[in-house]
Design a protein around this ligand. Sequence first.
Ligand SMILES: C[S@@+](CC[C@H](N)C(=O)[O-])C[C@H]1O[C@@H](n2cnc3c(N)ncnc32)[C@H](O)[C@@H]1O
Length: 207
Amino acid sequence: MRNQFLKWMGRMNVGDLVTDEVWDSFLPHSFQSLSPYQWTPISVVETTWDFLQNETVTSVVDLGSGVGKFCIHLSYLSQDQFSIIGLEDRSELFQISEDLKPKWNAHGVIFRNTNFLENFPRGASHYYAFNPLYETMKGNHSIDSKKDKSAMLFLRNVQQFKNQLYQCKMGTKLITYHGFGGSVLPGFRVLVKKELPLGEWMVWERI
Ligand SMILES: C[S@@+](CC[C@H](N)C(=O)[O-])C[C@H]1O[C@@H](n2cnc3c(N)ncnc32)[C@H](O)[C@@H]1O
């Protein structure tokens, strides 16, 4: 994997196009096939970066950062203009994201192995969520079978998520890809809604 990466990096310049195929090829094999279902596509990170370029950004927090694809590619695009933090409760995924950081020269990105529902990070200007709670509902394309699947648990988690987000200060933005788990987010208005080829992308603003 390292040799493959060095070969590829040797041929690229900062700003060169990165594809999902290239990015995912540096993941352990079993996590590559999950990519279309679990990790943000490169084009969606690019859409997010287009939006952030016209924003005053202090920090972006990925709530459920998985193998780190969103955070690491955003850092590649933004060249560390702001803090990028990823929170992931699966230690295996957290470790993969840490291992990928030096490979993408993403030294500024901070990953934490924590549950964002319990340790919600306050004070970020922007949060990102690729429907992290949905996994408690779904049977197909699960990351693993370590978490309970139950509609009750899902509803309880979504409510806890809403409560945490409600405490964000005015002007805070939440960017969602495939939603956050619910359809109504008390205390927020929808600022942008795009039907991207691969799914719905939205920006919510705390009012
Ligand atoms: C759909 S994946 C998105 C991964 C990453 N944000 C990306 O876009 O590439 C959702 C991730 O959220 C994580 N997750 C779910 N609930 C969580 C929680 N309460 N705290 C931390 N991570 C959580 C899952 O383990 C999974 O890695």
